[in-house]
Design a protein around this ligand. Structure first.
Ligand code: FAD
Length: 301
């Protein structure tokens, strides 16, 4: 739904459909690098608000995340958002990463606590001398520069959280410390999102709560991922994907339908911003955006 004037004076038409953003992960090999950049160049014409790049568990991708974000700044007109976590690093080390981002021209960070280095599901222990959680990290980022700060939030409650109220208190703390957007963990029922939105709004939180849309067509992988992060998968999806373990083509088509239905449900009820977990692949995101009326800006007039 964006329009406006480009730096070169061209006027962009107002585009129908929701505002969108895409998440990528830093590639591990040359082949993955090629796939990522192919996806970025195919998705860029859809004029995303920003594209985010994840930070591997325990800071394991620190350099790769930085390289990928830097290349986005240097070689594209896209606005990158760099994910950053508190895991296994002292505040000074994290602050150095933040300052490097500022120097590279990055102005948006997704501030996360991260998961225990021993693996998701284990008890999280803050690193000695490090930021204890995403709220503290948000404050640290804002202390370094005038960054836009996005954070994570959990429509089905964070698995470690004692209660929804506690979770929402922590979201409030992140906002008090400078966060201006929350991106949700993935979910598959629009009702789950709207129930959460209702709780959050009743708690007085008014920043955008942007649905995070998972584009994973490997159903077994999705079930594993969901189990670890406390996201539920409806029974109808188990039924839908049953017996398709060695049929990736059909799984891909079904995933496109499932994701499109979810996005339509959300947008029909007023959602105007979506964040796509692309897994570095363009096709599902492109197809979903088309179905939602989001077209390359050149074709939007
Ligand atoms: P926080 O909001 O800091 O806290 C999460 C939970 O921890 C709280 O709900 C609470 O239960 C508990 N907690 C925190 N502080 C306290 C406290 N003071 N007292 C008691 N309990 C407390 N992980 C990565 O490693 N890299 C990524 O790039 C990445 N990207 C993500 C992007 C999105 C949009 C989302 C939703 C998640 C992402 N994650 C990523 C996963 C994230 O790191 C995990 O979900 C992690 O377990 C929690 O991170 P958080 O920032 O939500 O934590």
């Amino acid at each position: 739904m964006r329009g406006g004037t480009m730096p070169d004076g061209r006027t962009l038409p107002v585009r129908p459909g929701p505002a969108i953003s895409f998440e990528f992960f830093p590639p591990k090999s040359e082949a993955m690098e090629e796939r990522l950049w192919d996806s970025i160049s195919r998705l860029a014409p859809l004029d995303p608000l920003y594209v985010s790049v994840t930070y591997g568990a325990g800071g394991s991708t620190r350099d790769r995340t930085h390289r990928t974000v830097r290349r986005i700044v240097e070689e594209t007109a896209l606005k990158p958002a760099a994910h950053l976590t508190c895991v296994d690093a002292r505040c000074e080390e994290v602050d150095e990463v933040i300052r490097d981002y500022w120097a590279a021209g990055v102005r948006h960070i997704v501030a996360l606590r991260g998961d225990p280095p021993s693996g998701v599901g284990d008890r999280y222990e803050p690193f000695d001398g490090g930021y204890a959680n995403a709220a503290e990290l948000a404050a640290g980022i804002r202390a370094v520069g005038d960054f836009e700060v996005s954070v994570g939030c959990y429509p089905e409650k964070h698995p470690e959280s004692a209660s929804f109220d506690h979770d929402i208190d922590l979201l409030k703390a992140k906002i008090d410390n400078g966060a201006t957007r929350a991106i949700t963990q993935f979910f598959f029922d629009a009702d789950v999102y709207f129930r959460y939105l209702d709780r959050v709004r009743k708690a007085g939180i008014d920043i955008p709560i942007v649905p995070g849309i998972m584009m994973q067509s490997n159903f077994a992988g999705l079930v594993r991922m969901a189990g670890l992060c406390g996201a539920s998968i409806p029974a109808r999806l188990f039924d839908l994907f049953d017996g398709l373990e060695s049929d990736p083509g059909t799984r891909e088509l079904l995933t496109a339908n499932v994701v499109a239905d979810l996005c339509h449900d959300l947008c029909d009820q007023g959602v105007d911003q979506l964040h796509f977990y692309t897994l570095n692949r363009a096709e599902l995101a492109l197809a979903t955006c088309r179905l939602l009326g989001v077209r390359p800006v050149e074709m939007a007039a």
